[in-house]
Design a protein around this ligand. Structure first.
Ligand SMILES: Cc1cc2nc3c(=O)[nH]c(=O)nc-3n(C[C@H](O)[C@H](O)[C@H](O)COP(=O)(O)OP(=O)(O)OC[C@H]3O[C@@H](n4cnc5c(N)ncnc54)[C@H](O)[C@@H]3O)c2cc1C
Length: 279
């Protein structure tokens, strides 16, 4: 796989639209002024530079389209993300990448595919979801299980319900709790994400799962996946670590003998299950 150099020059990109999804999270649709140096794989990330801010890693929420548009779903968190949230349509940012390995989409071929997203983890999984929907006949079945803290912070809910209505996707939603203002949420289960896997039984060897979410999600979700019959080799986890260089030079994102930026961010469960602190 061709990886951009550490000091590659950012490609200018213009912000076309900004869609506020929740109080602190927005979908930025960008138009790149040049092509990226290599084809993008779902789960890879870009380094986004915001003028007078710096660079941050972001996994696109959809792959760059033929016309150069790309979608980034970004939560306001610290310095750079706050500056991004203050930009306006028409402003310019910079993109370097793609970096990292991405999800092994070829290995998913012919399988029952489960996507499990917790919170903001839906952003990288959305690009995998769209990829698989564009190649729907390649996989046997496609299920998205998505958990959010409460209904008000569930991202892309209407879009996901529309996709499920087409029949190409089985969608299961859950929230940790219902708020006082929202005591009924007909489309949602109430409980943590792994509760959606209770009672699910899959064919070992013919099923695979891609997981992305906050760190506490991984252990309990993996336990349920293994119980449901998904084998260790077929569980793919997208890990988030503090990254600086993006190409395995600075060691900020070490996970045991691996670097999250270039060996990951997607890892097979079997490869990292015994590394202390990986999960
Ligand atoms: C591969 C990858 C993909 C990502 N994709 C997305 C995405 O699609 N959407 C999105 O909103 N965010 C994503 N992130 C997270 C995003 O990169 C961080 O939120 C961003 O770097 C924070 O920068 P900041 O300048 O706003 O915060 P800072 O001002 O740098 O940090 C604020 C606080 O958060 C801590 N912090 C910052 N980044 C991290 C981190 N990665 N892990 C743990 N603590 C951290 C800092 O130590 C500090 O305490 C991704 C991260 C990675 C590694």
């Amino acid at each position: 796989m061709h990886a951009p150099e550490f000091d590659s020059v950012p490609i200018p990109a213009r912000i076309q639209t900004i869609q506020q999804l929740t109080a602190d999270t927005a979908l930025f649709r960008l138009k790149l002024e040049e092509k990226l140096p290599s084809v993008f794989i779902p789960g890879q990330f870009i380094q986004l530079s915001v003028p007078a801010g710096g660079e941050i890693p972001i996994s696109p929420a959809d792959l760059p389209a033929e016309d150069g548009t790309m979608e980034l779903c970004v939560r306001r968190f610290g310095h750079v993300t706050s500056l991004l949230h203050r930009t306006k349509e028409g402003d310019q940012v910079g993109i370097r990448g793609p970096f990292g390995n991405g999800f092994p989409v070829d290995a998913m071929s012919g399988k029952d595919v489960l996507l499990l997203a917790g919170g903001l983890g839906i952003a990288p999984l959305r690009s995998l979801l769209f990829h698989l929907l564009r190649h729907r006949s390649d996989v046997r079945s496609l299920t998205l299980m998505y958990g959010a803290r409460e209904p008000a912070v569930m991202l892309f809910k209407n879009e996901l319900l529309d996709l499920a209505n087409t029949g190409s996707l089985r969608l299961l939603l859950t929230v940790d709790f219902l708020t006082e203002t929202c005591q009924t949420e007909p489309a949602c289960n109430v409980g943590l994400l792994p509760t959606l896997l209770k009672g699910v039984q899959l064919e070992p060897g013919h099923s695979c799962a891609a997981v992305c979410g906050p760190p506490p999600l991984y252990r309990c979700t993996i336990d349920e996946l293994l119980r449901a019959g998904v084998v260790e080799d077929n569980i793919y986890l997208s890990l988030e670590r503090r990254m600086k260089c993006g190409v395995g030079l600075c060691c900020h994102c070490a996970v045991g003998q691996y670097f999250c930026c270039c060996d990951g961010p997607v890892f097979r469960y079997r490869d990292i299950k015994d590394i202390p602190g990986a999960l």
